[in-house]
Design a protein. Structure first.
Length: 69
């Protein structure tokens, strides 16, 4: 009688090697990583420049919203 546990182990190793060699989802993963990195950079830039952005919008709103005499 054959030992089926050994056969399943060999099949598992073959499937694992095939899965590692398969690159079908690689491009999608790379695009997702680029998008995630871009979001992190944008959030970081907003955090760093929050005061200057707020000052800029305040200055613009004071000039645009001048009181009418």
């Amino acid at each position: 009688m054959r030992d089926n546990s050994c056969d399943s182990g060999v099949r598992s190793v073959k499937m694992l090697r095939k899965l590692i060699a398969c690159e079908s989802g690689q491009a999608t993963t790379e695009y997702a990583m680029i998008v995630a990195f871009s979001i992190v950079v944008a959030i970081g830039a907003i955090y760093v420049f929050t005061d200057s952005i707020a000052t800029f919008y305040y200055n613009v709103s004071t000039v645009v919203c001048l009181p009418v005499p």
